[in-house]
Design a protein around this ligand. Structure first.
Ligand code: 3HC
Length: 712
């Protein structure tokens, strides 16, 4: 079997052409792309592919060609770093057109992920063979784009327009076996290298002497497409994704594939692609893509910081949060000991976990066997002694300093030396919790977001004494369990909730002054949040905030506010969705918020008690006060070093609070909104309304004055 090392390589190029010396495959030319880390189809790869194709076509000894990639993956897309800059020829559509017109059959040999422009290269080949572990998809929609190198035209020709629309609109990849069933690939191979799989496919092709038509010439899968498909998709999108630009263009492009000849369809795709490329949503989504990867690199924490082995986890508290956290680890195959103080609580917690998994199984996303495997990884117990060999314990108990310090004292006595002790507190001082132990260097916060098994954000709270190795271990663990870990410092509410707290305070003030909860929520959902502030409060549970406020009031915190109308709702047992009544009321089994006159009366009574005469509040005021107060707080968080970089704040709000990803993130958006405008409004509200939330951030004023961005 020839290996790439035995081939006649052409060096100093990310793409090389070579032909095996002798042997059974000596009639097959090999084009190898080697451009780490993911073989993105950047300028060098595009020109290299053309040059290698020319070499292969000119090589009289080669009757067929194979395109294969070195490293961990096939080409994972166009090079995203080039977007927004002038594109240097050859363009990807030019490369793809040359492949499509190649006079010799070309095989794409796929391993890892063939995504976006990478899959489009493969689609322009005559044959596609994939390793069993490979994944194939067109994820451009996640970057505010559409496939711009023929993907919208060729994919429907292979899998039909309906499936192509599903794949391109979701952006989610399919596995090799599904790709085979769909007709996206021609063969799947296992237990071999991609090169060998490609060479074998080329050999079969030559032996059969029957070269398939280029995909561009095929029409059988698109003939007879129901035109109603496109109208139905448009109606669905108008309802589900009214804010997004590129999905609507995707429907136009796929429709062009079935209504126009290939060349015209391709021209239409190009036009629509360029429109997406110019849209601000593309810039926002690409910022969000890189931000997610950037946050993993914590400033001042070297990439080679030694980490600790994490094989067994402990979770304290079998409530909703603790159960969700245990599931996160079980989902990643890590055993978790779940501790509670009472058998009843433990039984309830375990039953809730099982219900959760079974609901996932009913949706077809887990098999019955997988449900049992995961349940078997969660070990319920009443005994702390079972935590003796845990490598990391996450405490998810009641939000009270006294309770948490007691637990940490017990953990300090029970857990082995070197075990990491984490608290899931959302507001309390991690340093004060660490001080209850004799090992504050091993203590930090792991702030999960509800529902913990679903939400991707994990705030990793670094205490004053947390060691580098503990921080590095938990950042790595976050990735292992599929979370986006963001390192933050200690302060009330850390980054996410501290900003949320200011938005909440302002939302409450707006309602007190005369706005309705529905108006505040509508302005926020029109901005792009999936839920308004009060719908979110109902989802999270009004009792949670009420208990925190009670705790602060009891502890004599001078910043604690007097009871408000939300506290009145909580006192009446209106906890939100879980009691079918909160700020809104809910019909049984429904999550649709319905304004409730009882709440309007509570608000009215609260205004009367405070001597407030309600006024008309404009939507613009709601928008400014809810969003600018967040930007001001975020700037203070940066000033204080609680977040190291703007991307950390952007990522926290994107992944923990539903900030619209197409706006890039809070601070990325703030720059586009205009810092001058925001700074002016912050100073105006400070003058007119006052309060610590409107004290202007020095950093914000400075950036605005210097015309310097605060995000990036
Ligand atoms: N362009 C440039 N850099 C890319 C890239 C791309 N398409 N895809 C990944 N990278 C970079 C990442 O930024 C990261 O860089 P870093 O190490 O400096 O932070 C590095 O490659 C590794 O990426 P991940 O950390 O994400 O590695 P994973 O192994 O977890 O995931 C992946 C690999 C599944 C390929 C994932 O990176 C991914 O989904 N990439 C984006 C794929 C994509 O969206 N492709 C479509 C691009 S648009 C397009 O093709 C337009 C065309 O139609 C014209």
């Amino acid at each position: 079997m020839p290996s790439p090392a035995q081939t006649e390589a052409v060096p100093s190029n990310p793409v090389q052409y070579a032909r095996p010396n002798g042997g059974v495959w000596s009639q097959v030319g090999v084009i190898t792309v080697d451009y780490p880390p993911v073989n993105a189809v950047g300028h060098g790869v595009r020109s290299g592919l053309l040059a290698a194709l020319d070499d292969g076509l000119a090589d009289d000894g080669a009757d067929a060609l194979v395109i294969v990639c070195a490293g961990r993956t096939f080409m994972a897309g166009a090079d995203i770093r080039e977007f927004g800059k002038p594109s240097a020829p050859p363009t990807l559509p030019e490369v793809v057109a040359r492949l499509d017109a190649a006079s010799k059959p070309v095989v794409a040999a796929i391993h890892g992920t063939a995504l976006g422009g990478g899959l489009e290269v493969a689609l322009a080949c005559h044959v596609r063979v994939a390793l069993k572990s490979a994944k194939l998809g067109l994820p451009e929609v996640k970057l505010g784009l559409l496939p711009g190198a023929g993907g919208t035209q060729r994919l429907p020709r292979l899998v039909g327009a309906a499936k192509a629309l599903d794949m391109i609109l979701s952006g989610d990849p399919v596995g090799a076996e599904e790709a085979l069933a769909l007709g996206l690939v021609d063969a799947v191979e296992d237990g071999t290298s991609p090169l060998e799989a490609g060479l074998r496919a080329a050999e079969r092709l030559l032996a059969e002497g029957n070269v398939p038509q280029p995909v561009s010439a095929r029409t059988d899968r698109i003939a007879g497409t129901d035109p109603g498909l496109f109208a139905a998709k448009r109606a669905e999108l108008a309802k589900r994704q009214p804010h997004l630009f590129s999905p609507h263009r995707i429907v136009d492009a796929v429709e062009a594939a079935v209504t126009l000849p290939f060349a015209e369809g391709t021209a239409r795709e190009r036009e629509l692609f360029l429109a997406c490329m110019e849209s601000p949503q593309r810039a926002g989504l690409i910022h969000a893509f890189f931000a997610e990867r950037e946050v993993a690199k914590v400033p001042g924490l070297p990439a080679d910081t030694p980490t600790r082995d994490i094989r067994k986890i402990g979770v304290i508290g079998a409530g909703t949060m603790g159960g969700g956290i245990a599931m996160c680890f079980a989902n990643a195959g890590i055993p978790a000991v779940l501790v509670d103080t009472a058998q009843e609580g433990l039984d309830r917690g375990i039953a809730a976990i099982r219900r959760n998994y079974e609901a996932t199984a009913r949706k077809g996303r887990l098999t019955a066997a997988q449900v049992e495997e995961r349940m078997a990884l969660i070990h319920p117990t009443l005994s702390y002694a079972d935590l003796a060999d845990a490598d990391l314990v996450v405490e998810a108990a009641f939000e009270s300093m006294e309770v948490k310090q007691t637990i940490f004292r017990k953990l300090d006595e029970t857990c082995k030396p070197g075990a990491i002790l984490a608290t899931n507190t959302s507001t309390l001082d991690v340093d004060a919790i660490a001080a209850a132990t004799g090992r504050p260097q091993d203590v930090l916060g792991m702030h999960f977001f509800s529902p913990a098994n679903v939400m991707r954000l994990l705030e990793v709270v670094r205490g004053a004494k947390t060691s580098d190795s503990v921080l590095a271990t938990v950042m790595g663990l976050a990735r292992r369990i599929g979370k986006v870990g963001v390192a933050v410092g200690v302060c009330y509410g850390f980054v996410g909730n501290r900003i949320l707290h200011q938005r909440g305070r302002e939302s409450m003030a707006l309602v007190e002054e005369g706005a309705s909860p529905e108006q505040v929520d509508r302005v926020l959902t029109e901005f792009g949040f999936p839920l308004g502030h009060f719908s979110m409060t109902d989802l999270a549970g009004i009792d949670v905030g009420w208990r925190i406020r009670e705790e602060r009031r009891k502890s004599g915190d001078p910043e604690a506010q007097a009871p408000n109308w939300l506290d009145t709702l909580a006192e009446r047992g209106r906890y939100g969705q879980k009691t079918s009544a909160g700020v809104y009321r809910y019909e049984p089994g429904s999550r649709t918020p319905i304004p409730d006159p009882e709440v309007a009366a509570v608000i009215e009574e609260d205004r009367r008690r405070r001597g407030i005469t309600p006024r008309t509040v404009s939507d613009e005021e709601v928008r400014e006060r809810c969003l600018y107060v967040m930007v001001n707080e975020a700037a203070k968080i940066l000033e204080e070093g609680i977040a190291a970089r703007p991307v950390d704040i952007d990522t926290i709000w994107l992944h923990g609070y539903g900030f619209p990803s197409w706006r890039g993130g809070l601070l990325f958006w703030a720059d586009r909104e205009g810092l001058g405008r925001i700074a002016e409004a912050v100073q105006r509200y400070h003058r007119d309304i006052g309060g610590p939330q409107w004290r202007p951030s020095a950093l914000l004023l400075q950036c605005a004055a210097e015309g310097r961005p605060i995000g990036c």
